[in-house]
Ligand binder design. Structure first.
Ligand SMILES: Nc1ncnc2c1ncn2[C@@H]1O[C@H](COP(=O)(O)OP(=O)(O)OP(=O)(O)O)[C@@H](O)[C@H]1O
Ligand SMILES: [Mg+2]
Length: 309
């Protein structure tokens, strides 16, 4: 597949009188990992369900692998893998039996055994194939769910929070695996709340209360005007006493925004404020204040605040 694997054009879902997905338009290049981010309840899973043909849009259009999600629903289903939030595997069936179940569900017939072995090899779950799904650790359960989503070799795969609650090494392994598969041309549409994962995506979208606030490669999102308002600068203040300095930061007359990141405080202030003057006002040594570029988390915080302002 070349060009765009997924295209949304004004896609909208209403529940009651509320637009939980509100005129979202974006496109996802084939052979990439696309990150879909947004706070809880912002409409990520609902968007994925519309793209998988599980929920009917109220307005707008979308296509996946070149097929319209409403009029070509069967073609869409054949072309996609879907790993639902909270994953869908059978706890009482073994790894092998789970994959056989999905192979049957997709009508793979004679090809089933070969595909099963292929996906077992892809996710590396061979040593555990006789384990019951429920006895696998969280990381291996996710890999099994991914294997199930890949069983029919779909070109486009939707993964709804595939790494929620698994350890950092297992998360990294899973992402490395996704990139290996994109090299073969697969497209992944992935939701996550982890910023390190977002940083790795070729392109991202950020959705808030159903509305798309930004989309593009991570560095373009960080460079947006809304993230870097004219006449402001961003500093990190490193401190051993975060709460005390954070309190003082709020008395800085030229403060625009402040957020704690571990032992750093990221502040956005009027560009006329020098780092030395900022350091003096919050009572830290000038060496502890340094100009920074916004991280993705800074960017999402800024976009959300700008929306609420
Ligand atoms: N079937 C439904 N009926 C009514 N409201 C729904 C339904 N499904 C989802 N919603 C509402 O739509 C909004 C968006 O939900 P959605 O599950 O898409 O959010 P999300 O971005 O995936 O959140 P999370 O990060 O918590 O998974 C929420 O307010 C949710 O309660
Ligand atoms: Mg969700």
């Amino acid at each position: 597949m070349k060009g765009d694997a997924i295209v949304l054009d004004g896609l909208t879902k209403r529940y009651g009188n509320r637009e939980v997905v509100d005129r979202v338009s974006l496109s996802v290049r084939a052979g990439s990992v696309f990150g879909f981010l947004g706070p809880n309840g912002s409409g990520k899973s609902t968007t994925i369900k519309m793209l998988c043909g599980l929920v009917r849009p109220n307005a707008g259009k979308a296509s996946v692998a070149g097929y319209d999600v409403e009029t070509d629903a069967d073609d869409v289903r054949r072309s996609i893998g879907y790993m639902a939030q909270g994953f869908a595997l059978y706890r009482d069936l073994s790894v092998d039996e789970n994959l056989e179940f999905y192979a049957r569900a997709y009508g793979l017939g004679a090809a089933a055994q070969k595909r099963k072995q292929t996906v077992i090899d892809i996710v590396g779950i061979g040593p555990y194939r006789t384990y019951r799904g429920g006895d696998l650790s969280g990381g291996w359960q996710r890999r099994l769910a991914l294997a199930a989503a890949l069983i029919h070799n779909p070109p486009v795969v939707f993964l709804d929070e595939p790494t929620a609650g698994i350890d950092p090494v297992a998360r990294r392994d899973l992402w490395d695996l996704l990139f290996r598969l994109t090299a073969e041309g697969k497209t992944f549409f992935v939701t996550t709340h982890y910023m390190d994962e977002a940083e790795r995506c070729s392109s991202l979208a950020y959705i808030f209360e159903g509305k798309l606030l930004a989309s593009g490669p991570p560095d373009e999102i960080c460079a947006l005007r809304a993230v870097n308002p004219d006449g402001t600068v961003r500093f990190a203040i490193a401190t051993d006493d975060v709460m005390e300095v954070f309190r003082k930061v709020h008395d800085v007359p030229k403060l625009v925004d402040a957020t704690i990141f571990g032992r750093d405080i990221h502040v956005v202030v009027d560009a006329s404020l020098t780092p030395q003057e900022l350091a003096r006002q919050v009572g830290v040594d000038a060496s502890r204040v340094s100009p920074i570029r916004p991280s993705l988390e800074d960017a999402f915080v800024a976009l959300t605040r700008a929306r609420n302002a």
